[in-house]
Design a protein around this ligand. Structure first.
Ligand SMILES: *Cc1c(COP(=O)(O)O)cnc(C)c1O
Length: 399
């Protein structure tokens, strides 16, 4: 379906609105991906093998990066990449509080100590002064930079504000496949960049992740650690001429990607440019339809670089007449699915007890943004009429 729909053919007039159901997310699987999965199932090799190798090669070429190593999730990618920095046990790692909880768990599982940074309530990524303030209260050895919604966070500027170099930065690019910093794609900027291929992300595989890096040693480390720290994976051991022997040089984890998932990625990657174009057209359409609604703040456009439009996050401000939860409930009644990205981790009991009340304070803009943010449906297969319906309902429920 989507592969054939050109961006120009999007209808400009909405159909009359009736009772509709517009889910928050819907995963489209291309015919190429279905055929590739069928081939994998017929091949008799389901775990990591030739499809993973092919996906890694295609993904690295797509981003123009030296190395791409596939893993089972972005969460695993973050943990392994952070371990690969070989920092002292318990070293401080800066992270926004307003991020996905799994990304902060990954810092903990890597044996490191998260230091929470506030975010700018407009862009939803940290500003240099906020990084500077968090760095002044800690001794950061590394930083995780997250490109919220696909908005390009200024990696170099934030690293400098922490007194770090880009080699000390691991990017959480779960939203940032398609994000460019100036004219460089995310994936080539810092020491290691972690991608997610979870079912709702911009390149969906169901489950999956990758680490990209220009550093051969780090790539080799990720390759080893993703599969128990073993020096040779099963594909290499069982290949003709391969032997049973392997060594173990690191405390590995079990985070390899299966060939079934990799085949979906191989089948989806050629569609990604058109999907990205479509996301950007839909975001512009939202911008136009929602611009004049009082009490609604639209997502900012980056000053430089390109937004990947993984999410379209509006903020509901007091002039709207209903709060965010009220808006989400009213939209749900009208068949429109929405979501909230994210509950800042300092509001969860686990992180409060781990980090202490003081480390969970001075995060006012995160709290402010959290009370206002609402993610609207945005995916390449979103029907333009459905998008118009979402906009109309938002207008209708304002009081
Ligand atoms: C989805 C997401 C992750 C985790 O991705 P998985 O592949 O599901 O592990 C990490 N960080 C952010 C910001 C995310 O949105």
């Amino acid at each position: 379906m989507i592969g054939q729909v050109s961006v120009q053919s999007l209808p400009t007039q909405p159909r009359p609105v009736g009772t509709r159901s517009v889910p928050f997310a819907r995963t489209f699987v291309t015919d190429e991906a279905k055929a590739a999965v069928a081939e994998v199932l017929a091949s008799g090799w389901l775990t990591s093998g030739p499809q993973v190798q092919q996906f890694e090669a295609h993904f690295a070429a797509y981003l123009g990066v030296r190395c791409a190593v596939a893993v089972s999730s972005c969460t695993a990618a973050l943990e392994i990449a952070l371990r690969g920095l070989r920092l002292p046990e318990g070293a401080d790692v800066l992270t926004p509080s307003m991020t996905f909880c799994g990304a902060v768990n990954a810092i903990v599982h890597a044996g490191l100590h998260p230091v929470l940074v506030d975010i700018d309530a407009q862009t939803l990524v940290p500003r240099a002064d906020q990084v500077d303030a968090a760095a002044a209260r800690s001794r950061p050895a590394a930083m995780v930079v997250q490109h919220m919604a696909g908005y390009p966070a200024p990696v170099r500027e934030l690293a400098a504000a922490a007194g770090l170099s880009v080699d000390d930065v691991v990017e959480d690019a779960a939203h940032a496949l398609g994000t460019y910093l100036d004219d460089v794609p995310i994936g080539r900027v810092s020491r290691a960049t972690c991608f997610s291929f979870y079912a709702t992300k911009n390149l969906p595989m169901g489950e999956g992740g990758a680490v990209t890096t220009q550093d051969d040693d780090l790539a080799e480390y990720v390759r080893r650690v993703r599969l128990h720290g073993m020096s040779r994976d099963a594909w290499r051991r069982y290949a003709p001429g391969g032997g049973w022997a392997y060594s173990v040089d690191d405390a590995g984890v079990k985070a390899n990607l299966s060939d079934v998932h990799a085949a979906i990625g191989v089948g989806h990657l050629p569609h990604l440019p058109l999907w990205q174009e479509r996301r950007s057209v839909l975001a512009e359409r939202y911008d136009r339809l929602l611009a004049d609604i009082n009490g609604l703040t639209l997502p900012p456009r980056p000053l430089a670089g390109t937004h990947a439009w993984h999410l379209y996050i509006v903020r509901i401000t007091p002039e709207f007449g209903r709060d965010r939860n009220g808006v989400a409930a009213a939209l749900a009644e009208r068949g429109v699915g929405t979501s909230v990205h994210f509950t800042p981790v300092h509001r969860f009991p686990y992180f409060r007890s781990l980090l202490g009340e003081d480390a969970c304070s001075r995060l006012d803009e995160s709290d402010q943004a959290f009370s206002e943010v609402l993610s609207l449906p945005l995916y390449p297969g979103l029907d333009v009429d459905d998008l118009h319906y979402v906009a109309e309902q938002l207008r209708a429920i304002r009081s």
